[in-house]
Design a protein around this ligand. Structure first.
Ligand code: ZN
Length: 349
């Protein structure tokens, strides 16, 4: 069965690799900037048109300066979930936020969580979606800073925060530096993921050995990206045998790398790795999860069967508890069956 674009949009999906800062609608970012007297670098309609990578980083810094009060976090969390549901039929989302980014502008950790949870709860009332949070650390920040942030996470334990992550450029150093942080997460009952082997960095910067460290030292339960491990045959075998899920992203901010990214997803999948499809920074990368699915499926000439596999892999890889996960899987199977049922409306929806 071909991957009919309208069916791909309606296919139920799980989003597991999505950064809060990358979800802000341009108008919302402009409004928040106005609220706090922060100048925009350019008109709102061109806000997410970047001159270069550093321009993109500057925009993320602007986001960090304008999310300060609980209601700011509530606003953007709500819109992130609304956009994921309305654009792509996302039914469960695990969204990352970096507490370290917002503290310097005056957002206490507890205020961040209060706002995010309020936004999630409001979105769950309005849409058939569930949402969890991951607290992520930027590896370019010091281990001492990560430890201080971990104190806050453990000291203000909230059931919506189910895991931690590690992001930022891997050239900042090997993942082993964060061993103590990850050990503390295990003790606190938190799941663990990390960005690893990301293909916008060289093999020297993001080597396959980082993958081994994520399994052996950080004891990750899931991983983000993973493409560069394809350069090492033993790492590929280990990734397959471990059964660990990779939350890969179909679209990268570096346009020149987009076809290479698709080829990596094809190779990871055909090598038997467990792969889920995700957006990374949907608003800032001008995508949503349905568009990402279409981009990957069309780019690799894949069809409906692969689309369904990605959809259900997202359920299997998520960090809902067992009962909620089973319920979500059943709901997905019902929705998929309804989409596959012969209907005169299929061609027009
Ligand atoms: Zn990411």
């Amino acid at each position: 069965m071909p991957a009919i674009p309208s069916l791909i949009t309606q296919l139920p999906k799980v989003e597991l690799h999505c950064h809060l800062a990358g979800t802000l609608r341009p108008a919302t970012l402009a409004a928040l900037a106005g609220k706090y007297g922060q100048p925009l670098p350019r008109p709102v309609e061109e806000l997410y048109v970047y001159r270069d990578f550093y321009d993109f980083i500057d925009l993320l810094r602007l986001v960090a300066r304008v999310l300060r009060r609980p209601e700011d976090f509530e606003w953007v969390a709500y819109e992130a979930i609304e956009d994921a549901f309305r654009s792509s039929n996302v039914r469960h989302i695990e969204m990352s936020f970096n507490p370290q980014y917002f503290i310097p502008a005056g957002a206490a950790y507890a205020a961040q969580v209060e706002g995010l949870v309020a936004g999630i709860e409001a979105a769950e009332r309005d849409f058939p979606v569930s949402a969890l949070l991951l607290a992520s650390f930027d590896r370019e920040w010091s281990v001492a800073s990560a430890n201080e942030t971990m104190d806050l996470i453990v000291g203000h334990r909230h059931e919506r925060i189910v895991g931690i992550g590690l992001d930022g450029p891997e050239r900042a150093g090997p993942p082993a530096r964060f061993e103590d942080i990850y050990r503390r997460a295990t003790r606190a009952g938190l799941k663990k993921t990390a960005h690893v082997c990301e293909d916008n960095q060289t093999l020297a910067e993001a080597p396959p050995s980082n993958f081994d460290a994520c399994l052996d030292i950080l004891h990750c339960d899931r991983l983000d990206h993973g493409y560069n491990l394809l350069a090492c045959e033993s790492a590929v075998h280990r990734a397959r045998d471990s059964g660990i899920y990779f939350a890969v992203c179909g679209i990268t901010s570096v346009a020149a790398n987009r076809s290479r990214r698709l080829a990596a997803i094809e190779r990871m999948t055909s090598a038997g790795l467990q792969v889920t499809l995700n957006t990374d920074d949907p608003a800032m990368f001008h995508t949503d999860l349905a568009h990402t699915y279409r981009h990957v499926l069309e780019g690799l000439n894949w069809g409906w069967d692969e689309a369904k596999r990605f959809s259900l892999a997202g359920v299997d890889a998520c960090w809902l508890d067992a009962a909620a996960k089973a319920e979500l899987r059943q709901d997905f199977l019902c929705q998929i069956a309804a989409l596959e049922a012969p209907s005169p409306n299929h061609e027009t929806v």
